[in-house]
Design a protein around this ligand. Structure first.
Ligand code: F6R
Length: 369
């Protein structure tokens, strides 16, 4: 049941620290070494992989987009992420040394299933990342890494998304470990931070009241835009998707660097724009670029809602609303930056009188193509 919450979605948002911790449980040993024996693809095979293709739909696709950054950075294996519904229709190039990762909460999404069948026909190995034991996608894959989010009832995916990210990071780090790429200080440090991330998600959840209040104040708006760069870009897409499906508002996510190539024409007085700001400590060039993007849109009248790391003072002068998130390594930031966007969409949907757990026209599990 809903455990005292008005909606399953609220309950599932609140369950995220536990879902994240459960997905990590037993997979990192006391020395910070990854133990993913359950992925029964032999190390020799993983060492031979020369290309990774991630296929998924919707929110799971956004997790896959983020995974691409982590996989390429930590393993140096070329990785592409593709919408499952597009994948097999373009005659994709695959062989026995291609690893396909299929991400699905339900394990029953037809588009994803058809993509993985196509991949196996071409001789690729398929690893499923899935939340539902014994569902079709893991049954038809060579291996599976289960997310332990527990049952997700609300149609809009929240805790499954965070655990999909955790599983992707685990796979990326594991590949790095098996292949010996960058297996040194950086990966060890990240494993440590990943192990502590549940606490940070909890911190974010404890500070969401201003975000709810902000959302209620925007209930009569027609459009909200989302901007991000690097791993913040898929987070922007996910924030927009949540708002579309729950609040039935026009919402779009953009890579902030694309603004001047078109979308900046959309900016008008008082248009809410949510900006996900990368850490000033990691890829600081990106941070500085996004700060100038915020300046540019604000100069054109946008109402800026800025999601930035604690201690990032550079954004303060340009933020109409500032949402703080804890410091994390750059690649892990989506685990904390996605949470305020879930809360934002849920509260806006409620304020607009929508059915939060059962948005119109949507089904939890999409078993048709
Ligand atoms: C969005 C949402 C959908 C699913 C998508 C894939 O909140 O829930 O976009 O993420 O339909 O579903 P699964 O992960 O079950 O394959």
């Amino acid at each position: 049941e809903k455990g005292g919450y008005d909606y399953f979605m609220l309950k599932e948002i609140a369950e995220q620290p536990k879902a994240v911790a459960d997905t990590l449980l037993g997979r990192i040993d006391a020395n910070g070494v990854l133990a993913l024996d359950e992925v029964r693809i032999p190390s020799e095979v993983l060492r031979e992989v020369h290309k990774i293709v991630i296929v998924a739909c919707g929110t799971a696709y956004h997790a896959g987009m983020i995974a691409k950054y982590a996989i390429e950075h930590w393993t140096r294996i070329p990785c592409e992420t593709e919408l499952a519904s597009e994948f097999r229709y373009r005659d994709p190039i695959m062989d026995r040394r291609t690893l396909v990762i299929a991400i699905s909460q339900s394990g029953e999404t037809m588009d994803t299933l058809m993509a993985l069948r196509h991949a196996r026909e071409q001789g690729a190995k398929v690893l499923a990342i899935c939340n539902t034991n014994g569902s079709t996608i893991p049954r038809e894959s060579d291996a599976v890494l289960y997310t332990h989010a527990g049952p997700e009832v609300a149609v809009a995916s929240t805790k499954a998304f965070l655990t999909q990210l955790v599983a992707c990071y685990l796979v990326a780090l594991y590949l790095g470990q098996v292949r010996g790429t960058k297996w040194g200080d950086e990966i060890h440090a990240v494993v440590k931070e990943l192990a502590a991330i549940g606490t940070q998600v909890e911190q974010v959840l404890a500070t969401m009241e201003p975000v709810r209040e902000l959302a209620r104040g925007l209930a009569d708006k027609n459009t909200v835009l989302f901007l991000g760069r690097h791993v913040g870009y898929p987070v922007a897409l996910e924030g927009a998707l949540k708002l579309k499906e729950l609040a039935y508002m026009h919402a779009e996510g953009f890579a902030a660097g694309e603004l001047k190539h078109g979308p900046i024409a959309l900016i008008e007085e008082d248009l809410p724009v949510v900006v996900i700001v990368p850490s000033p400590r990691g890829r600081s060039v990106l941070h500085d670029k996004i700060v100038s993007n915020i300046q540019e849109i604000r100069a054109r009248g946008a109402r800026t809602i800025v999601i930035a790391e604690e201690g990032d003072e550079a954004v303060v002068p340009y933020a109409d609303h500032l949402v703080r998130i804890p410091r994390t390594p750059t690649l892990l930031q989506p685990l904390v930056s996605a949470v305020p966007l879930q809360v934002f969409a849920c509260e806006l949907a409620t304020a607009r009188g929508n059915e939060v757990d059962q948005p119109r026209n949507l089904a939890k599990s999409v078993t048709v193509e």
